[in-house]
Write a protein that binds this ligand. Sequence first.
Ligand code: ZN
Length: 143
Amino acid sequence: MPLYEYYCQHCNGIFEEIRQMRDSSDPSPCPECSREAPRMMSTFAAFTMRDGYPRRIPDKGTYWHMGTEVKQRAKRMKGFEHPELAKPKSRPRPTRGDVAAGRDKALSQYSEAGYRDKWGVDQYGFGTAKTAKKKKKRKTTGG
Ligand SMILES: [Zn+2]
């Protein structure tokens, strides 16, 4: 006959009892106080609820999510997806058109900068320090 474990809440003790399998789920009288003690569920693959989340006994400090072991409890879940189990989202690769557009933009910005430099104007249309210097030079040399 198999051996079963029973827990007496009154004595806060565990005792073992050899019982028939069909009687195993029934409470057994405690040998100390002879109160009815419920059978301890097998620690094998047993779950306990902690923080409102199932954890497996023995408690390794891990949580269980949809049958998968996770280190942390999901705080913010997208649907039923646990953040630890969610697949990393791949960034959308830039298409050939996007690359060409970016290159064109950079080129136009570069040529624009050269144009502005030539005329001594910044991107807002104001004269740069270069032109201011030039004007001063002209005044001194010309006068
Ligand atoms: Zn007892």
